[in-house]
Ligand binder design. Structure first.
Ligand SMILES: [Zn+2]
Length: 484
């Protein structure tokens, strides 16, 4: 590649696998530039650190209702909305999260769009449709001498953390993703998913826990161990076999509360471990907001969004003390588009109905784990009342019983499964309902603070965040080339 041609091609070129550098460049859009992102980028190299916070599957209604529930239950709105009401300097816009093959993205393609600057097909992680391997952003930061961290409430091998960290053709290969984490040696990894690290539950019987320990990682598996971890060693925290329990179930079950850290606690610890003179990148994912939406589970979803909001506070406190950190707060797609709906004369019932969620003890997912196809109508009513304090009708319990047996007909086919039916039953009492059980094409909420935000337009394409992060951290072509 000639020097002059070099200048006319986006820096993105250098971030791609070398052999494929002439393919599929895709648009480079930073601050409206059309040829060279670096030259027109304002504030290049001004951020030592990047914190990327993603509430997975947060629809507009989730954003709204988490603020409402905080306001009505605790007397203060969400930190995210407070940011918009503050006099801080911040960016706010919307973002188009489409993947390469669909206007509806999955989490893997979404995280990849930020993690490598390319739209990829759903289910693949930082890999193009012809097998191109795009260097993930954690690797780029690591090769530039910065520390790297991942925090999530899902399995640490799940799509969103993987999207900043590895190349793999299918997100479901989580045993393999754990192996790649071992090879790539990122500094801090905190979440669930112990099953992909333990010999007994891995297909290849490898004990990755001991292999990480051999590489001088501290391994922590409880909340107490996390708080006691020494800050000058690399850290792998696996606090549950699969995903961490929903916040509302954690709050109710003492053992979970003692043993499993909150996302805010994990974020706090990660920042303590990552802060250093050369900088870091940290991704924080509130991953189960998405699962709650898939399951039409208002309490599971909303209390996890509230917990994510507590982690936002930790990040805001961190950046408040400094001007060298870019903080991005966003979501990867809408999911099932929940909303608080109109209820009653003059909509007077909506708020008191919504307030019933404050009395819930468990997620819908927990309720369904207590039921099966043999559950009777009275058993169903008893379990629902125990978890929600709501006395549902016999006809409603009967509908759920049918759904549990796979023989309930609904007009919209996808609403016939037990999760959707339980979600619909509770909507009669809370006025919170869902449109489906899957992702949506909505443009998503995007907030950012710190150096480089002046490069963002009000409408952002997902891949632009990759350019923003790399440029604001001052990573240049040579550094990136060195990582290939
Ligand atoms: Zn997602």
């Amino acid at each position: 590649m000639s020097e002059s041609k070099n200048k006319n091609i986006s820096r993105r070129d250098f971030l791609k696998a070398g052999a494929l550098s002439s393919l599929a460049l895709g648009p480079l859009l930073l601050g409206g530039c059309d040829s060279d992102g670096e030259q027109s980028f304002k504030g290049r190299g001004k951020a030592k650190n990047v914190i990327f916070m993603v509430s997975d599957g947060m629809s507009a209604g989730t954003f709204n209702m988490a603020d409402l529930i905080k306001r009505r239950k605790y007397g203060n709105g969400s930190h995210w909305v407070d940011l918009y009401n503050s006099d801080r300097r911040f960016h706010r816009g919307i973002m188009d999260m489409a993947s390469l093959n669909s206007p509806i993205t999955g989490s893997a393609a979404a995280a990849s769009s930020w993690g490598c600057g390319h739209r990829v097909n759903n289910l693949s992680v930082n890999m193009g449709p012809n097998g191109e391997e795009y260097t993930p952003i954690n690797q780029i930061f690591k090769d530039a001498g910065k520390k790297t961290g991942l925090v999530t409430t899902t399995r640490i091998t799940h799509a969103t953390p993987a999207g900043f960290s590895v190349n793999i053709d299918h997100r479901n290969k989580e045993d393999e993703i754990a192996l790649r984490y071992l090879q790539r040696e990122y500094d801090v990894m905190l979440g669930g998913g112990a099953r992909h690290f333990e010999a007994a539950s891995r297909d290849d019987d490898k004990n990755l826990i001991s292999k990480f320990a051999d590489k001088n990682y501290q391994i922590v598996q409880t909340r107490q161990e996390l708080t006691q971890a020494s800050a000058n060693k690399r850290l792998l925290g696996l606090f549950y076999d699969s995903h961490l329990p929903y916040s509302i179930d954690r709050q109710t079950i003492d053992e979970h509360q003692q043993n499993i850290p909150t996302i805010a606690e994990m974020t706090q610890t990660a920042l303590k471990h990552l802060e250093n003179q050369d900088g870091f990148i940290l991704q924080v994912e509130g991953g189960r907001v998405d699962h709650g939406a898939h399951a039409n589970d208002a309490s599971g979803m909303l209390y996890d969004q509230v917990a994510f909001d507590d982690a936002i506070k930790v990040a805001l406190d961190f950046v408040d003390q400094r001007d060298d950190t870019l903080l991005i707060i966003t979501t990867d797609h809408g999911n099932a588009n929940p909303a608080l709906n109109a209820a009653g004369e003059g909509y007077n019932d909506s708020a008191p109905f919504f307030d019933r969620l404050q009395e819930f003890r468990h997620s819908n997912t927990w309720i369904l784990s207590e039921l099966d196809s043999h559950s009777t109508v009275s058993e169903i009513r008893e379990r629902v009342e125990y978890a929600t304090r709501l006395g549902i009708g016999k006809d409603e319990a009967q509908a759920l019983r049918k759904a549990l047996n796979g023989n309930l007909d609904t007009i919209y086919d996808i609403k016939s499964n037990p999760s959707s039916v339980l979600g619909s039953i509770l909507a009669n009492y809370t006025s919170v309902s869902f449109t489906s059980g899957g992702h949506t094409s909505d443009f998503v909420e995007l907030a950012a603070l710190g150096p480089g935000i002046e490069n963002l337009d009000y409408f952002t394409r997902n891949t632009e965040l990759f350019d923003l992060m790399v440029n604001v951290a001052g990573l240049n072509e040579n550094m990136v080339l060195a990582s290939q």
